[in-house]
Design a protein around this ligand. Structure first.
Ligand code: HEC
Ligand code: HEC
Ligand code: HEC
Length: 199
């Protein structure tokens, strides 16, 4: 029993390491700045419309910078009022928001995951997640890092349209009492540097 558990763990960590290398490679696509529209491989550079669109560099460089993903810290940009996206297309649409944090991963070795409803419902409707991705009852959905790395659950958006999965500690953001392992340097008391802020 003991042996088979450690074998599973070994497999899992090797598999995690492999997936992570892939993620890191994908993360370098945006390094530094934004590709011009004519070179992004999405728009047809010969189309007259390509010249009418605003260049990402011009628009996005004005917003709160991030070190990852598409280089904008979107949650902060919205909170600071740097952007003011329209909430709905139709006047009759009811905009629903919820200010409730959900703590997940209460038993694992990584820090606890804090899922904030507030920041999500600033961008999304309840129906983007409920109930096809997550039950409306804390702890009822079987969520796992394996599924997330396969692009399911949190991974439907994170790594696709929201910050990438390489930012472990933006989700695993709450340390357990007395936790000293599996911490990023700025959370690790052994490496504590005065003035360093959390994730
Ligand atoms: C988008 C949010 C998110 C990101 C980013 C993320 N995780 Fe997770 N992780 C979760 C959730 C949610 C769970 C499952 C919680 C549960 O068991 O209910 C989880 C579970 C885990 C587990 C299994 C439980 C444990 O703590 O041992 C490991 C290991 C893990 N994550 C490692 C990582 C590593 C390493 C990274 C960065 C490469 C990472 N995670 C990035 C959300 C995230
Ligand atoms: C980005 C995804 C997402 C969005 C959007 C979202 N939720 Fe959730 N919600 C979750 C997750 C994840 C859980 C935890 C599920 C679990 O542990 O099984 C949860 C849990 C809940 C719970 C259970 C709380 C408890 O005390 O047990 C309720 C109620 C809930 N959501 C209501 C809403 C409502 C109302 C909205 C819209 C205003 C909403 N959610 C939007 C992801 C989301
Ligand atoms: C339907 C899409 C969607 C799903 C599913 C989703 N997220 Fe997010 N999440 C977003 C978007 C959009 C943002 C804001 C943009 C960004 O920060 O990249 C965000 C932001 C966040 C933030 C940052 C909040 C802040 O204050 O900066 C955390 C933490 C987070 N998500 C955790 C999770 C976890 C954990 C799960 C799974 C339980 C999850 N998300 C599932 C779309 C999603």
């Amino acid at each position: 029993m003991q042996a088979s558990i450690s074998r599973v763990k070994r497999h899992l960590s090797r598999w995690l390491a492999g997936s992570l290398l892939g993620l890191l490679a994908a993360g370098t696509v945006f390094a530094g700045n934004w590709l011009p529209i004519a070179k992004d491989g999405v728009h047809d550079p010969r189309s007259p419309a390509a010249k009418q669109l605003q260049e990402p560099q011009e628009a996005l460089s004005r917003l709160t910078p991030d070190t990852t993903g598409n280089q904008v810290r979107w949650v902060q940009s919205l909170e600071k009022g740097e952007i003011n996206p329209r909430e709905k297309l139709f006047p009759q649409t009811e905009v629903k928001k919820l200010d409730q944090d959900i703590l997940l991963n209460l038993k694992g070795g990584m820090p606890i995951v804090r899922f904030p409803h507030k920041q999500h419902t600033e961008w999304l409707d309840c129906s983007n997640c409920h109930d096809h991705l997550f039950e409306r009852e804390t702890g009822k959905t079987k969520i796992s890092m394996f599924n997330i790395l396969q692009g399911e659950q949190c991974g439907v958006c994170h790594g696709a349209v929201a910050f990438p999965l390489t930012e472990c500690y933006r989700c695993h953001s709450v340390t357990r009492p007395g936790q000293t392992k599996n911490l990023p340097t700025h959370m690790n008391p052994q490496f504590h540097m005065p003035g360093r802020k959390g994730p």
